[in-house]
Design a protein around this ligand. Structure first.
Ligand SMILES: C[S@@+](CC[C@H](N)C(=O)[O-])C[C@H]1O[C@@H](n2cnc3c(N)ncnc32)[C@H](O)[C@@H]1O
Length: 208
């Protein structure tokens, strides 16, 4: 127990340090998460998150909904997210599943909402993931996809460059994502904030 608590505190200190650096460079991850949730509007029922990462957004999402299932193929990242969500006291609301978003171990039409934040640019098979999102979402469900906008990417690229690293950034075309949803009978509302862009995909254009 003591050991776990120490790991939670160490993990939190690392996250806070990283978030401070992001803020100094103009990216506030809490603010960005709040922006995504504001654009998303009402989220209820069974919610799936794609791309757990270290669980920053997951904490904010879990505070808003009653249950979340989150998937990521990277089990090591999910371990950090487990520590983070335990530390923030929302761990009990979350089911962690190690899985690729392009091969989801869930039934057709089994989620009321699918949400993904800052993961799109890490996904190599985005078409495959979008196909799976369309398979598992209920016909009247809501899909919320958010990633950095151009300003957000410039900030992240600058931080990584200063550290002598390259920010992994798989290129994708937002217009073709929107087209894909429209071709499948969905409406897409697109917003852009300080550093995030957000697509809210519903049958009725997000009027709920
Ligand atoms: C930057 S992190 C996500 C951050 C997190 N959503 C947040 O806002 O706190 C991106 C994550 O996407 C995951 N990812 C990459 N390819 C994926 C895929 N095919 N399916 C699901 N997750 C994937 C990576 O393993 C990584 O943990």
């Amino acid at each position: 127990m003591k050991h776990n608590r120490r790991r939670m505190l160490e993990n939190d200190a690392r996250l806070q340090e990283r978030d401070r650096l992001y803020r100094q460079n103009g990216y506030d991850s809490s603010e960005s998460g709040r922006y995504v949730l504001k654009c998303a509007g009402r989220l209820s029922g069974r919610v799936l998150e794609i791309g757990t990462g270290k669980g920053r957004f997951l904490v904010q999402l879990a505070r808003k909904v009653s249950r979340v299932v989150t998937v990521d193929p990277n089990a090591a990242e999910q371990k950090f997210a487990k520590l983070n969500t335990a530390h923030k006291r929302v761990r009990h609301k979350i089911r962690f599943v190690v899985a690729d978003g392009a091969d989801l171990p869930f039934a057709d039409a089994s989620f009321d909402a699918v949400v993904s934040v800052n993961a799109l640019h890490h996904i190599r098979n985005l078409r495959g993931v979008l196909r799976e999102v369309l398979r598992v979402i209920k016909p009247n469900g809501k899909i919320v996809l958010s990633d950095f906008n151009a300003h957000g990417f410039r900030i992240m690229d600058r931080i990584h460059r200063a550290e002598g690293r390259t920010h992994e950034h798989v290129k994708y075309d937002v217009a073709s994502i929107i087209r894909l949803f429209r071709q499948n009978g969905w409406r897409v509302a697109r917003s852009s904030g300080c550093c995030q862009q957000v697509l809210v995909v519903t049958r009725d254009g997000g009027k709920r």
